[in-house]
Design a protein around this ligand. Structure first.
Ligand code: ANZ
Ligand code: ZN
Length: 814
């Protein structure tokens, strides 16, 4: 029976009946944790992206399994979040109902893919047996001071009616609906990821991740080495610090700028300037951080009427407020050096503020202002002539002696805002009591259940607020009346520890058993989209470190090795989307060709990490490839009983060379997620087998059979159903996946004879084949024994023979 979708079903049933992909914890010493980013249960069918990510990572996992690893390969669903809720708002179907239904459909489809997932370890983040642990995680962070609440201006999407994390704001617009994001002051929950900024940076060196992703994280963390310098407000008992990376320019400060939100603005503003200052503050609030930082926008600001005292010269400089200074970075105050900072320069030009040059380029040329490079200090009293780097340190040292400054490292990373004014998420396990204030729900009372009957349509308030039944509770401390927190947790909290929960998903006592987790983790190979470079991947790293410090696990990094699959675009080269009408449905191909052909085509037709526009040009070639293998297996069956040779001749060696070359290449390439070249190696081997079958009349049947068996093993990761079928037809039984992965034989790859040229008196007269390891006298003897050479030498006397090893035999004759 030629390969088709029927064969898929046959083997899927057999795999399920025999529970073949069941992870065996007994083999923990050979463990290999293979993880794909779990998916969001959306209404439509599995799309090409799922197949590309899961199908081919599964191919890798299958090879690893055959190499003897005990592969842990779980799957689950990232089931809370906005899409289900937005869908619910549109259709009126409750998010829980639609989500659970979608999960069921997707589970079925994932099983049809024929991957090695062990479904016993499945997690669904929207179920109480999962989000109990999301809440537990929150409490661990809360108890250790890593979760806190504060009033803060937050990014607000007026359309989604919710707060967004900085990472969810793209170019000033909501990541999901593209609506312009505004600011709102709200009391919100934060996780203190900034406490781990330095470690998150340092440990990047210890993991095998794409350089680009490390770079994104590095930039996101944004370490900046500088100094904090203290300025006093003239005539008042108020001082403030500025953060600068250019302390070498301190003598060039001609004014200072505070962020409009800075609380001291109110205290220092002079009566005459108050109205202008207040108006300006009001206008600033309307803008997003991105707009404020825009380089094209004209700089604006107003004078407060106050002056600051220069910490070294004692000179008084005006204090301004301007929106280009952010309240959330550094100290929210800047020492302005218009001669050497572009923004300050533009600002000073506009408002006629003085400009004083204090840095010159090292070669003394009169560089145009603003001169932003490092150089040599001028107009800086005793520091004149020092190079910038040295000047920086010397100036800070002087300030330090006077208690007016110190070196300081700043990070751009902000704490992670985790509360959302949405319904479809994990409730936050905190209550508010009139007597006791903020009280954590005791762990034994978890989970705080998400009620089903809630008006979930958003109106800017948290939907849970409207559920009296949910909101009213009693205080765990005093037993008095208390209110629950009406917000829910960002779904990135759910996905920040799912790889831990997979490992012990049925544990009802703990999130996971520490001893066990320390054995099964870290994840050895993590595969998912590059779009998660900043958020999910940073959050998961942070949560792992925090749980480590709280004694729940003993490793530093969750994902040792990371691969981003590329994106398969629509045939028109655009991202696939229903609205563009350029989506490709895997189902049609799977039905027509069988799932293995589709999977193998994805592996063969694209460079895995690059992806590219869809085209099915090559899919027929894959179909022909499997048919060719089928015919080889048939041909072998017909010849198996033939009398045949058992010695090894030249043709056998040639076949054996291609065989071991294919084993070597396919193994290395599959390991590196270079599936296209791995599959080409298998194709080369099929060609060699065809040639052998057609040209060698008396075959070494044993070699022929063994080579075909190796071929089936090599294609098995990419065409698992097909390979099982072939394996059965070869008479080897069940299952090819319990076989050992072939190992290449170095000896078979060494060509054991070489060709050397034979010269007589400097002219090439022939070529001889000699053993690769022949020594000089053997080469000489072989040359002289060659029939053709003998003819040339007839009647002449050999005077001398010179051998250039491995290349040439030169005979001097008279
Ligand atoms: C004086 C100066 C002179 C500066 C000069 C630069 C060049 P990074 O590298 O990103 O850390 N700055 C500090 N806090 C700020 C805030 N809250 N909002 C906007 N700008 C702020 O940048 C640090 C530099 O950005 C600091 O060094 C400060 O300007 C400015 F020739 O101080 B600098
Ligand atoms: Zn109380």
């Amino acid at each position: 029976m030629p390969y088709s979708a029927d064969i898929d079903r046959k083997w899927q049933k057999k795999w399920a009946d025999t529970d073949i992909y069941r992870f065996n914890p007994q083999n923990i010493d050979k463990k290999l944790y293979c993880l794909e980013m779990f998916s969001y249960p959306s209404g439509s069918n599995l799309h090409v992206g799922h197949w590309y990510n899961y199908g081919l990572t599964d191919s890798w996992a299958r090879m690893k399994r055959m190499q003897g690893y005990e592969v842990f390969h779980p799957m689950g669903f990232d089931a809370f979040g906005l899409p289900a809720e937005n869908y619910a708002i549109k259709t009126g179907i409750h998010p829980q109902d639609s989500t659970l239904k979608n999960i069921e459909t997707m589970e079925g489809q994932l099983k049809e893919m024929g991957a090695t997932f062990d479904w016993n370890y499945e997690v669904k983040t929207c179920m109480p047996d999962y989000y109990k642990w999301t809440q537990w995680l929150f409490l661990q962070l809360y108890k250790s001071g890593l979760a806190y609440r504060k009033n803060a201006p937050v990014n607000w999407c007026p359309k989604c009616n919710t707060v967004l994390a900085n990472e969810q704001v793209i170019d000033g617009a909501c990541e999901r609906c593209d609506t312009e994001v505004t600011k709102r002051d709200l009391t919100q929950w934060f996780f203190k990821i900034t406490a781990y900024a330095q470690e998150l940076l340092d440990k990047l060196d210890t993991i095998d991740w794409p350089e680009k992703t490390k770079k994104i994280q590095t930039n996101w963390i944004g370490r900046s080495e500088g100094a904090e310098i203290c300025f006093k407000v003239a005539g008042q008992d108020i001082d403030f610090k500025v953060f600068t990376t250019r302390a070498d320019t301190l003598y060039g400060v001609t004014y200072v700028v505070l962020a409009p939100e800075n609380p001291i603005v109110d205290k220092i503003t002079a009566a005459d300037n108050r109205e202008a200052v207040e108006n300006y503050i009001r206008e600033t609030k309307k803008q997003t951080e991105i707009e404020r930082l825009s380089t094209v926008k004209e700089k604006t600001g107003v004078f407060t009427g106050a002056y600051a005292v220069h910490p070294i010269t004692g000179e008084q400089v005006p204090v301004w407020i301007a929106d280009y200074v952010l309240a959330s970075y550094g100290t929210g105050c800047v020492m302005a050096v218009p001669s050497h900072d572009e923004r300050d320069y533009d600002f000073a030009k506009k408002y006629n503020l003085p400009i004083r040059r204090v840095i010159k380029s090292a070669d003394g040329s009169n560089d145009e202002l603003p001169y932003c490079e490092y150089g040599v200090l001028v107009n800086s009293a005793e520091f004149d002539g020092m190079p910038s780097g040295e000047g920086k340190l010397a100036i800070v040292k002087k300030l330090e002696a006077d208690n007016k400054g110190s070196l300081k490292i700043n990070y751009r990373l902000r704490d992670w805002l985790v509360s959302r004014q949405r319904y479809w998420g994990s409730p936050i396990p905190v209550v508010y009591c009139e007597h006791c204030g903020e009280v954590a729900v005791p762990e034994e009372n978890l989970p705080v259940l998400l009620p089903y009957d809630v008006e979930f349509a958003p109106d800017g308030e948290s939907p849970l607020k409207k559920s009296e039944e949910f909101m009213s509770t009693t205080c765990p401390k005093c037993g008095g009346p208390a209110k629950r927190d009406p917000d829910t947790l960002d779904t990135f909290v759910c996905s920040s520890f799912y790889y831990l929960r997979y490992a012990d998903n049925k544990n009802s006592e703990k999130a996971f058993d520490t001893e066990w987790i320390n054995k099964l983790l870290p994840v050895d190979k993590y595969v998912g989209g590059a779009e998660h470079a900043a958020m999910h991947l940073l959050y998961a790293r942070f949560i792992t470190k925090a749980l480590r410090d709280l004694g729940h696990l003993n490793f530093d990094e969750p994902f040792l090795s990371l691969v981003h699959q590329g994106t398969i675009l629509g045939p028109d080269g655009n991202r696939m989307s229903k609205s563009k009408g350029n989506t490709i449905s895997p189902d049609d191909y799977v039905r027509k060709y069988g799932s293995d052909i589709f999977r193998m085509y994805l592996g063969f037709g694209f460079n895995y990490v690059d992806g590219g526009p869809w085209s099915d040009d090559g899919i027929k070639a894959i179909s022909r490839f499997t048919s060719r293998i089928e015919r080889l297996v048939e041909s072998l069956a017909e010849q198996k009983s033939n009398q045949a040779r058992t010695d090894i001749d030249k043709d056998d060696k040639e076949l054996n060379f291609v065989r071991h070359n294919a084993i070597k290449g396919a193994t290395q390439d599959t390991d590196r997620f270079q599936f296209n070249t791995a599959i080409s190696r298998c194709m080369e081997l099929v060609n060699a087998l065809y040639k052998y079958d057609a040209e060698v009349k008396t075959k070494n049947i044993r070699l022929f059979e063994e080579t075909i068996a190796d071929l089936i093993k090599l294609v098995a990761p990419f065409a698992p159903h097909f390979a099982e079928e072939m394996w059965e037809q070869l008479g080897y039984g069940y299952s090819v996946f319990n076989q050992k992965w072939p190992v290449f034989d170095e000896k078979a790859l060494v060509k054991d004879t070489i060709e050397v040229a034979v010269q007589i008196n400097g002219t090439v007269r022939g070529k001889i084949e000699i053993p690769a390891n022949a020594d000089n006298s053997e080469a000489e003897a072989a040359a002289l024994a060659d029939e053709k050479i003998k003819q040339f030498l007839e009647g002449r006397e050999v005077k001398k023979v010179i051998v250039v090893k491995g290349r040439l035999v030169n005979i001097v004759a008279k």
